[in-house]
Design a protein. Structure first.
Length: 184
């Protein structure tokens, strides 16, 4: 009987250790493989006021359509981000190399896109341009898989929108442990 009690106690101890160890590992493994960023906020900028739950980052006056929702996503290495380019506006996605900052974007050269006026699209040749703006081809959905870790700047390539703060981040971490910016 005593032997059985010992076995039960040992089993309970092992289970307890597993429960104790598991959380730290599951946090790293909990990074999603997919995320969605909506490019533009259809219906915003009409009757809604500041402070009514609207994301007005980058826009000095009232609300606007010209935002990323959300403005940052965190995904796992080899994860995929879906960009939903909504409405009828001029939004176009451009993803920059790891570490690029908004202040580093050269907006001095712009190009036109058919149906979208211009020339008004940032044309620095640095970022990866995804899809076409709705003014050219209607609303669309584009995806990009991130196979390296880091923090990636995503901008709306339409210069007036970028200038107004229409940009955000995709943060890609390695679930095996090499977290971005963990300082070690
Ligand atoms: Cu835009």
């Amino acid at each position: 009987m005593a032997l059985l009690d010992h076995a039960v106690a040992l089993g309970a101890a092992v289970i307890g250790m597993l429960i104790f160890i598991t959380p730290a590992k599951s946090i790293a493994q909990g990074l999603p493989m997919t995320a969605t960023i909506q490019f533009g906020n259809v219906g915003a900028g009409n009757s809604q006021a500041d402070g009514a739950g609207n994301d007005v980052r980058g826009h000095p006056s009232a609300v606007s359509d010209d935002i990323l929702i959300p403005s940052r996503v965190n995904i796992s290495l080899d994860g995929t981000v879906t960009f939903m380019i909504v409405g009828s506006s001029r939004h176009q996605v451009e993803v920059y190399p790891e570490g690029t900052l908004p202040a580093e974007i050269n907006t001095s050269t712009t190009v036109s896109i058919s149906g979208c006026g211009g020339p008004n699209y940032v044309d620095d040749g640095v970022g990866e341009v995804l899809g076409q703006p709705p003014c050219n081809s209607g609303p669309s959905t584009v995806t990009k898989t991130f196979d390296t870790t880091g923090r990636f700047l995503v901008i709306c390539r339409f210069k007036p929108h970028f200038d107004a703060g229409m940009w955000g981040w995709v943060v890609v971490d390695d679930p095996s442990g090499n977290a971005v910016g963990n300082g070690s």
